[in-house]
Design a protein around this ligand. Structure first.
Ligand code: AMP
Ligand code: GLY
Length: 416
């Protein structure tokens, strides 16, 4: 029997730990540091790589990493040096996510379709560039910014304000000292996520996130306010195109460049006029996409992750997916992604058998469940139809209470 350590503390990590706990060959799941819903919380922070390695060694754990920061800091390299099993990319491979400038260069070298762009270290050069192009742009901090380092602009003035806020006012700290400016594309978005072992990429079920804070995709970008799976606009033909022209090329390109990619590869896609473009790469599961995807898994996630970590995906049976639709509605603290209050007592009613409430920003103190972050919970339901899944998830979302609960009312509405 295996022990598994899940690193992270969000809804994604709760969902991963929940699914891994159901494996017939796993008898212990630990979460570091976890949240108010995760099993066996270990008080070690994701940036304490040595502490995590010591724990994994002591308990003989296989480790699955949720968030990007420890991956970019080299957790996989350290674990590998110590002979510890871990599922995730090396620091070199994590550059696909940790530097948007590097990722754009990589896509250029390997003919992977993405928006036209330029990289800047100087604010006045960037402003001049914005004046010189005849299309709207998106301004992106080069480094990691918790999913918030992207400003989609509708005018030259907005773009210049975005450049100033990142490069001169330090809005995203060091992550925004260098920026990428790219053409603003339009179309429908999809999250295409695959499990990779360096050579082979096994696609996960398709999904779609809802990035903006308000209904009808208004307001600022967030980490993600809800997701559903499958995404109807990614039909078998589109999935095949994304797999061969984007995902497989990414894997072979990474191998050619000497940094083969193991772990989850997440391509954020914009389908414009029937053609998929890469908006960004992540080298981890999406959050909240993970929640509906995990609900639909009908295979042993631990077995797959362990096979991927040792380059054995080609020998695995194809993953099986439940035929139902899944929807996750994120419940956030009012004010997120700006300032919000924490420490509010939360009450979660019993749910139906088709629903799981995944915790994100929650903590337990003196036996009470309190809010402790911006995205607090994810009400996630299966349904025979998308409508049924939506109704179940919203039924649960409505019944959960705390002071300052906020959620979008239109998750999956466009697909209905
Ligand atoms: P990213 O973190 O790079 O995925 O960007 C966050 C969000 O910004 C995406 O999900 C899109 O909604 C939007 N976005 C990013 N790049 C572009 C682009 N080139 N054109 C239009 N929207 C974009
Ligand atoms: N939900 C988007 C992300 O995880 O980056």
């Amino acid at each position: 029997m295996a022990s598994v350590l899940v690193v992270g503390s969000g809804g994604r990590e709760h969902a991963l730990a929940w699914r891994v706990s159901q494996s017939d060959v796993v008898d212990a799941v630990y979460t570091a540091p976890g949240n108010g819903g995760t099993p066996n919380n270990i008080p070690i922070q994701p940036d304490d790589i040595r502490g995590l390695a010591d724990f994994a060694a002591e308990r003989n754990c296989f480790t699955i990493v949720g968030p990007e920061a420890p991956l970019a800091a080299g957790i996989v390299d350290t674990f590998a040096e110590r002979g510890l099993g871990i599922f995730g990319p090396t620091k070199a491979a994590a550059q696909l996510e940790s530097s948007k400038a590097w990722a754009k260069g990589f896509m250029g070298r390997h003919r992977i379709r993405t928006a036209r762009s330029a990289v800047f270290d100087d604010a006045s050069d960037a402003a001049e560039y914005v004046d010189s192009v005849d299309y709207n742009v998106v301004v992106k901090a080069d480094g990691l910014a918790a999913g918030k380092g992207v400003i989609v602009c509708s005018s030259v003035q907005e773009a210049k304000d975005a450049i100033r806020s990142m490069m001169e006012q330090g809005r995203f700290g060091g992550a925004g000292k260098r920026i990428v400016i790219e053409e603003r594309l339009s179309g429908v978005e999809a999250s295409y996520i695959a499990m990779c072992d360096g050579r082979v990429a096994v696609p996960m079920a398709t999904s779609q996130d809802h990035k903006r804070i308000y209904d009808n995709d208004e307001g600022p970008n967030t980490g993600g306010m809800g997701a559903y799976s499958p995404a109807p606009h990614v039909d078998a033909e589109m999935a095949g195109t994304i797999q061969t022209e984007i995902v497989d090329r990414t894997l072979s390109g990474m191998r050619e460049e000497g940094c083969p990619l193991t772990g989850f590869l997440y391509a954020g896609i914009m389908i414009q006029d029937g053609t998929p473009y890469v908006l960004e790469y992540n080298v981890r599961m999406g959050d909240p996409e993970c929640q509906p995807i995990v609900m639909r898994m009908d295979f042993d996630l631990y077995g797959y992750a362990a096979a991927a970590a040792s380059g054995r995906l080609a020998g695995m049976p194809p993953p099986r997916w439940r035929p139902e639709h899944a929807v996750c509605v994120v419940l956030a603290a009012r004010g997120y992604p700006g300032a919000y209050t924490k420490g509010q007592p939360i009450s979660i009613p019993d749910t139906d058998a088709h629903t799981a409430v995944f915790h994100a920003g929650t903590a337990r103190r003196d036996g009470r469940l309190l809010s402790s972050g911006g995205r607090v919970l994810g009400a996630t339901s299966l349904g025979m139809t998308l409508r049924q899944a939506v109704e179940r998830a919203y039924h649960t979302a409505d019944d959960i209470t705390w002071s300052g609960k906020y959620y979008r009312r239109d998750i999956a509405a466009k697909a209905l």
